[in-house]
Design a binder for this molecule. Structure first.
Ligand code: SER
Length: 318
């Protein structure tokens, strides 16, 4: 990627999009990072903005031509909890959006594609501890099925049509700049706001639900590092396992109590428990470490400190 890189981020107003655009702005300049979303975005006021439904392939193509886009980051999707409630739309959005972008790459209208997959590609009979890159994959959620199918299509387009598509199976992502929406791991962001504002959080997952998690700054850095890796080093064109830490709601609450001793957590589990129970507890990401030198910065202690510090400042208007 040289100075002529022009990026389109689709779904730029979401949890990952906002942070990714800010990081891309630093690399390429905000005039070269086109933000698009189905609805207007309050943040990212320095970026050119295009309102786009990724299902509208004609408009997508117009935007690609208008800005001479080289790289597309396709983040528009329904996440795990929302997808269970609206299966047919989730399937349509998650799959057709990907096809629209991969087809443009096949026709060489764009050079490079980033598309996120998820730990949701694994299922109830996948080994749960240190889940390998290559293992049983039997997702039983709409979201997981769409991500697994998407991975297979990415690999197919890469092999059959030399499409330069790159992907990461993100764990639950935690950051203070933007809010998640519709996911099963969202509790790990909401807990910090409620801890600071109410001193109390009611968690929708059971206290012992261990899930893989990551600070969103690490996830964004991983994404950019993967996109800058020479193509020949990328041995996986489906999607890379990626890990930083794993914890349960109880363990997270205990860490928060080190800073806020009066913080209390209780539990009211809902349908998201079944989703979480079908996912891995920890991930073996040795291919990412070997192929492109992945290493996380944030562990659980650093993450809790960073979240509390920044959300406190944000709530105080600083
Ligand atoms: N964090 C996502 C979710 O909970 C998983 O990719 O849906």
């Amino acid at each position: 990627m040289g100075t002529s890189t022009k990026v389109l981020v689709i779904g730029a107003g979401g949890q990952i999009g906002i942070e990714l655009c800010e990081a891309l702005n630093k690399l390429y300049g905000s005039e070269n990072v086109i933000a698009s979303d189905i609805k207007p975005i309050d943040a990212l006021s320095n970026n050119p903005f295009e309102q786009l439904d990724v299902l509208n392939s004609v408009k997508l193509n117009e935007i690609i031509q208008k800005y001479r886009i080289t790289d597309v980051y396709l983040l528009a999707a329904l996440l795990s909890a929302t997808a269970e409630k609206n299966p047919s739309y989730a399937w349509k959005l998650n799959m057709e959006g990907l096809f629209n972008v991969l087809e443009l790459a096949k026709e060489k209208h764009i050079q490079k594609v980033f598309w996120p997959s998820s730990i949701a590609v694994f299922g109830p009979t996948t080994p749960k501890v240190n889940t390998p890159q290559y293992t049983v994959m039997d997702p039983n959620t709409v979201y997981g099925i769409s991500k697994l199918a998407g991975e297979r299509w990415c690999e197919w387009y890469a092999q059959k049509h030399q499409v330069d598509v790159r992907s990461i199976r993100y764990p639950g992502l935690i950051g203070w700049k933007s809010q998640p929406g519709g996911g099963t791991t969202d509790y790990a962001v909401h807990i910090f706001y409620d801890a600071l504002q109410k001193g109390h959080y009611t968690c929708f997952l059971r206290e012992d639900t261990m899930l893989p998690m990551m600070h969103i700054e690490d996830a964004v850095r991983a994404t950019i590092e993967l996109m800058h890796t020479p193509s020949e080093k990328i041995t996986i064109r489906s999607s890379y396992n990626l890990a930083a830490m794993s914890f349960t709601p109880q363990q997270l609450a205990e860490k928060i109590q080190n800073y806020l001793p009066n913080f209390k957590i209780d539990y009211q589990i809902d349908f998201r428990q079944n989703i979480a129970d079908s996912w891995p507890q920890s991930i073996d990401d040795s291919y990412a470490r070997r192929d492109w030198g992945w290493k996380e910065f944030y562990d659980l202690d650093k993450l809790v400190q960073n979240m509390l510090e920044n959300i406190r400042k944000k709530l105080n208007g600083k």
